[in-house]
Design a protein around this ligand. Structure first.
Ligand code: NAD
Length: 333
């Protein structure tokens, strides 16, 4: 494998993945296809602009012509491109259907046409729905509860069907909640870190007792790399670090680390259909030799430091981007 199409590479996980891969594999070439929605940002890859192994293409995975053209030039695809924010999906679900389902279909068709070597689809643990006890295995049924997770489940199942029907060499990863550098500041951790830095309220849903299994983004990228190279074609791999914490724990950690008072916490009405707990069983990917390297506390400290040191990056979004302000005012103001 020499040449990889990374869709959604200007987003949070995608940009971390591109950087991870180019650091690790000196002879790989990566083409990023990204629509630069409100969540996409070329700044996330600014340090790679001069690297001859990296090429950026501005366009949508829903555009057949663009996808056809790029697909004819690569050996493998890693599909990160998606609408990703659950809260936005509750109010504006259309774009989620277009990108997360139809966009995935367009990619699959082109991959089939050009006999792509590996098609790795990035899915999420949210497709399983909420779980009270125990952890989801890859064979568990999909019970998505939000328009976001339902459209991700739709894309995920389409990918599976192209393996079963056309023998397309697909792989799927379903990871838990990621955090780390370059995450768009409307998601919980960067939102709370940057609001706390500015002594602004931290809008915490419900009782704060919803549990998420957090993984540092670099650990997820390493897992995706392992699945891309060593995963068994047609298989699904959960990726999670086993760091289950209530949202209130994360919130207190951020405030304590930044030396800010708990009075900044502002409880807000819970999200409709809010999943109580996510948890994935990761024995399958661990059998491939992968394991997470970052403890939650070390990962959080590193992440908070990054936001402290990269104020220009997030201030540009929070203070200049109309879409950020529109969404924030509608939901949290
Ligand atoms: P993100 O919102 O930060 O980035 C998404 C990227 O996709 C953006 O750069 C955006 O411009 C691009 N994009 C959107 N629509 C597009 C289109 N039609 N064509 C091309 N590009 C398009 O998201 P993220 O957090 O980096 O998530 C990446 C992937 O990982 C998604 O598929 C998401 O479902 C999955 N995932 C994320 C998490 C998480 O915790 N962030 C957890 C599990 C799975």
């Amino acid at each position: 494998m020499q040449s990889i199409l990374v869709t959604g590479g200007a987003g949070f996980i995608g940009s971390n993945f591109v950087r991870y891969m180019l650091n690790k594999y000196p002879d790989y070439r990566i083409i990023v296809l990204d629509a630069l929605t409100y969540a996409g940002n070329r700044e996330n890859l600014a340090d790679l602009e001069k690297d001859p192994r990296y090429l950026f293409y501005h366009g949508s995975i829903g555009d057949e012509k663009v996808v056809d053209n790029l697909m004819s030039n690569v050996d493998a695809v890693v599909n990160f491109a998606a609408e990703t924010h659950v809260d936005r999906s509750i109010h504006e679900a259309g774009a989620f259907i277009d990108t997360d389902i139809r966009g995935t279909f367009v990619l699959l068709e082109a991959a089939k046409k050009y006999g792509i070597e590996r098609f790795l689809h990035i899915s999420t643990d949210e497709v399983y729905g909420s779980i009270e006890n125990g952890s989801f295995k890859e064979t568990d049924p999909l019970m998505p509860n939000s328009p976001y997770s339902a459209s991700k489940a739709g894309g995920d199942l389409l990918v599976r069907s192209y393996f079963k029907t056309y023998d397309l060499p697909v792989l799927i990863t379903r990871s838990s909640n990621n955090y780390g550098p370059y995450q768009y500041p409307e998601k919980l951790i960067p939102l709370f870190v940057t609001n706390a830095i500015d002594d602004q309220p931290l809008p915490l849903y419900g009782d704060g007792k919803n549990v998420r299994d957090w993984i540092y983004v670099e650990d997820n990228c390493a897992g995706i790399d392992v699945v891309l190279h060593r995963g068994k074609i047609g298989e699904i791999y959960n990726i999670g670090a086993g760091n289950e914490r209530e949202n209130i724990y994360i919130t207190h950690f951020i405030l304590d680390y930044l030396g800010k008072p708990k009075s900044l916490i502002k409880p807000v009405k819970d999200r409709p259909g809010h999943d109580r707990r996510y948890s994935v069983d990761t024995s399958k990917i661990r059998a491939l030799g992968w394991e997470p390297k970052w403890s939650l506390e070390e990962g959080l400290k590193h992440t908070i430091d990054w936001y402290v040191e990269n104020e220009t990056w997030w201030r540009h979004i929070k203070e200049k981007q109309e879409e950020y302000k529109r969404f924030y005012e509608k939901h949290y103001a």
